[in-house]
Design a protein around this ligand. Sequence first.
Ligand SMILES: [Zn+2]
Ligand SMILES: [Zn+2]
Length: 761
Amino acid sequence: MVPRRVLVGMATCVLILLTLDRLFPPPDPPPFSDQICDRDGELLGAFLTPDDKWRLRTRLEDLPREMHTAVLTKEDRWFFLHPGVNVFAVMRALYTNVTSGKRISGASTITMQVARMLEPDERRYLVKFREMLRALQLELRYSKREILELYVSLLPMGGNIEGVASASWIYFNRPPERLSLAQSVACTLLPNDPNALRLDRDVAPLQRRTRRWLRRFDAMNVFPRDAIEAALAESFTVSRSAPPLRAPQFCHTVRARPGGDIRITTLDPGVQDASERLLANHVGRVIADGVTNGAVLVLGCDSMETLAYCGSADFYDDVNRGQVDGVTALRSPGSTLKPFLYARAFDDGTLTPKRRMVDIPTDFHGYAPENFDAEFHGEVTVSEALLQSLNVPAVRELARQGTGSFVSWLSALGFRDISERREKLGLSLILGGCGATLRELTHAFSVFARAGMLSPLRIERDDVFSEGREMLTPEAAWMVSDILSRHERPDIPAELLEQSRLPKIAWKTGTSYGKRDAWAIGWNGRYVIGVWMGNFSGKGAPHLSGAVMAVPLLVDLFNAIDTEGKGMDIPKPEKIRTRHVCTRTGLLPSPQCSSTESDVYIEGRSSSARCDLMRRYHVDAAESMHYCMDCLPDTGAIQRWYPAYPPELALWFDRNNVGIPRPPPHNPVCTARRPGEGPQILSPSPDYTYYLERGAGQEILLQAAAQAGVKKLYWYVDGDLHREVEAGAKVFFKPTLKSHRIRCMDDAGRMSRVRIEVVYY
Ligand SMILES: [Zn+2]
Ligand SMILES: [Zn+2]
């Protein structure tokens, strides 16, 4: 039986000790250098700590086994057995001190050395005693492994270098796991006298000490004899070099995220190597054309991992601003947003790939987009509009969907600047009148490769994969991929077609206004790759275009990276069906449609509207005039079908000599005022404010498209007849007031009107 008093006394002691431990805790370890690693854990880049030290945390598993043995044999053989203080060693040291009368600095355990490194103190009074108390505290807080890891991470290696990993990279230019036995032993010797060994001057003293210790280890029998022999024969060299910095912009991106000091990323070293090499080669080839930089981002489709990230062609090229990160730089996306617009139209049922779209000069409130080749095509299919990246059909489609709705959708797709500037964006955004980054674009295009799903981009291994959300139906995503994997397109360099080096991919190019940015984003079921080419100075180059500058690099990247896969690897969704549509409109055929072709559609979604292009007219036997219901003769008339194109399109056909059947003019002796709409006024734009220079004599264009059969148009300004012209002809007028009423009447008396506001400056 232990007396009660003793028990209480012991408990009180423990309580006091624990309180003291809480009141005077050992200091926390200093901050470690950030280490950014690739997916295999290999170091990509390391960074100085806030206190300007190379202090790379050294993971025990990264050290060669010989290193563990050397450290424990040399410093603390009973490390795993003692509680932080080796009582026997202390007693022996005391005894030796007393008997020899000399101070011997033995008996320091690894834990005590860690305590000293955490709390360096020059005062010698009772230092040893404090170290022992601190060692006990450390053993309470950390495991043996953690203490050993702190020890190898904090060892002073000379100058601002701390820890075995730092020394291994900086002195031996290699990861710690590749240290030889001789180098390992050298690393354990450096801390004894780091500043006296002066590696920058002479490595011989360190070599001598290393060999001495190797012989000592040999005598202790801790390493095999042949390993010692080899290490003795090794004459290592030491050169001071900075720790590696590969994929520098990527490393900075990772560092900017919250996290610990060792970051394992998803970067694939092989894919990164290939991307860096191809990008540098490619920029080398086009630099003579005034294009000095580029950026590449490679994503894996399965897991949405970032596999390669090249922010510029050469980080150390100061002349061409190599430090800029081209992956996150805000640029004009050119035409690269068009596929998203059409995909949305596939999803809302309005369009299918063979639907006809209008491609004629169009004035959107003073904004009149042109095509890249400055030509118009009258009518094109959706597929053609997308493959040839035509501007007018895209702007008209955006006007139909509404800029606000499209911008909201793009915001959900991850375009930040577009989201922030949503109030300021107009129809030109679909032609690049907005800001986007290579990272946003490449990420956004992954929805086409991944059945319409947008999953978060993964950069670090611990970023969890999530299915994300559905931005498009799998069917709409497939339709866009299917169209853009075809080769009937202008943005395909001829030499690539000839050499049949084309991988099985879909892609979209873009060229920004002023030829400042060239884009190509390509994908199949396995990879999404984004390429940007341009100058970080923002300067344009005459030959800069997505087709010429970005596509060849995109093709090379796919050929180098996607070596296993075959085909597009994007399965056709079940609800994609095939049907016959009218060749002239792309709508379901009516009995009057003369020819049909096959088109794909989305079951239950795509519009099933019938073609109503053909209209029936009553004409005379000679087909020289047509009758209305008022003047239809009792004797009867012949029925004929004519296509009823929208007036503006019919006008464009006429002017460009596109032969389309037109009904003959209306019966000239008919006096009936035919009901119906007046001419379609194409210019001026209604309710639009014109800004004119005062006294410059500027004129405003009057132009209207008349209905079939109309020959004359009459223009009225503020109630007065201004001019009488042939249907479709252009008229000009010089405004004089702040506001004008403009009317256009056709020869059947049908009237249209607009009102314009004029500001003179
Ligand atoms: Zn038809
Ligand atoms: Zn009539």
